[in-house]
Design a protein around this ligand. Structure first.
Ligand code: NAD
Length: 375
């Protein structure tokens, strides 16, 4: 067991490289780079949207866990909240903006990166405005609510010569990375079937997550996207077709265009099939790959803390993964800052976010038409 754990650990570095997303042009901020190109200072991050994720995960990570970036700006529609945050995190008053004054961020050299943590339907506008203000952008998932918006976001960042990353935190989580390594290196033979499920039971019926305009859809856009991501990163290929069905048991909470639960299956060019589930009606939290001579999985798969993985060979002898926990948000922000400082492309670029939005659009189309959609 110990030997195997050591082996798994020693290969972590390889895993990250093997998982690198398609390459986009590097667009480093010259001002942030030393003459050698090596990181030489902490980049400043402005948070746009001081909601639950910013409060409980991102700001605490920036306050005490990140090595290459720190919190230097706040953008909020609530002046009192912003003031209290500025005091708590030592952000100067001059670096606090609201949604109207946001564009003035272009004159603020303390801010290198804008992290968009707003409802999905607002991601495109604030990413584009941030790029036009000359800032690099880290944008929460899902990237946007349409492929057209994704294209506009990619074009705006390209035109400004700034990097765009989508906050796919599991690309920095060791147990999920291990699934990718086991698949790529065919440790248990070739992967044949993937099962990926992500869901939680949603509460307040009046929240933006249940508003089509702000959410872009329902559970799939918010949580099912993790199952889609897992299927894609385990398969290591892009799906060629998708078929899906949705169901609604609570028509008061779930209006047309806002899915409650979705089952979707993906077919990959090498023959792998993935069976995926997304739900706002129940907890679902597992990614599993069945290979020729064994299986491997993470469950829980996507918690902020406590992700666990395991694998089994043909004899079904189960061995647990053994990785030190990481703060997903500190890891993703540090990686983005390092990419900017050293001029390397991020492994989670806008193009990666666009792929998911395109496939999710096809999933909804399949469910609506009861047809398999070719991608
Ligand atoms: P939230 O509702 O807690 O916060 C949203 C913020 O946006 C609030 O500060 C709110 O005031 C502001 N806002 C501005 N205009 C608004 C409007 N018209 N309606 C509603 N809110 C408005 O949401 P959250 O959970 O922090 O999610 C924000 C983003 O982060 C979403 O895109 C979500 O998908 C993403 N997210 C990602 C993860 C992850 O693990 N990576 C986890 C949770 C949320």
């Amino acid at each position: 067991m110990h030997e195997r754990r050591g082996f798994l650990r020693s290969l972590m570095g390889l895993s990250a490289a093997a998982w690198a997303a398609p390459v986009v042009g590097a667009s480093a901020t010259a001002a942030a780079q030393g003459s050698t190109g090596a990181p030489n200072r902490k980049l400043g991050v402005a948070l746009v949207g001081l909601g639950s994720l910013s409060e409980h995960q991102i700001a605490p990570a920036l306050a005490s866990k990140t090595q290459h970036c720190k919190l230097t700006g706040l953008v909020s529609g609530h002046p009192d909240k912003a003031k209290a945050w500025a005091k708590q995190y030592g952000v100067p008053e001059a670096n606090v903006y609201d949604y109207q004054s946001f564009d003035r961020i272009k004159d603020n050299p303390d801010i290198d990166i804008v992290y968009v943590v707003l409802p999905n339907g607002m991601h495109a506008e604030y990413t584009i405005r941030a790029a036009q203000a000359g800032k690099h952008v880290l944008c929460e998932k899902p990237m946007a609510v349409s492929v057209r918006e994704c294209d506009q976001m990619i074009a705006a960042c390209k035109a400004a010569g700034r990097q765009l990353a989508i906050a796919y935190r599991l690309h920095f989580e060791p147990n999920n990375l291990e699934l990718v390594r086991l698949a790529r290196e065919k440790v248990f033979g070739a992967v044949k079937v993937i099962e990926a499920a992500a869901g939680f039971r949603i509460g307040d019926p009046n929240q933006w997550r249940l508003d089509k305009k702000l959410a872009g859809g329902g559970s799939l856009m918010d949580i099912g996207i993790y199952a889609l991501q897992a299927a894609r990163y385990i398969a290591g290929e892009e799906p060629v077709s998708v078929s899906a069905q949705t169901t609604t048991t609570d028509p008061v909470k779930f209006k047309p265009g806002v899915d409650e639960s979705v089952l979707f299956s993906l077919k990959f060019p090498g023959g792998i099939i993935a069976n995926c589930a997304s739900s706002y009606a129940t907890g679902l939290n597992r990614f599993r790959a069945g290979a020729e001579r064994g299986w491997f999985e993470v469950s829980p798969a996507l918690n902020y803390v406590g992700i666990k993985g395991r694998a089994a060979d043909q004899s079904n002898a189960i061995k647990d993964f053994d990785f030190a926990p990481v703060d997903h948000f500190a890891a993703e922000m540090d990686d983005f800052a390092s990419c900017i400082l050293s001029g390397k492309p991020t492994r989670v670029p806008g193009e990666e976010g666009r792929r998911d939005v395109r496939i999710m659009t096809a999933i909804y189309q399949s469910a609506a038409t009861n047809k398999t959609i070719t991608l």
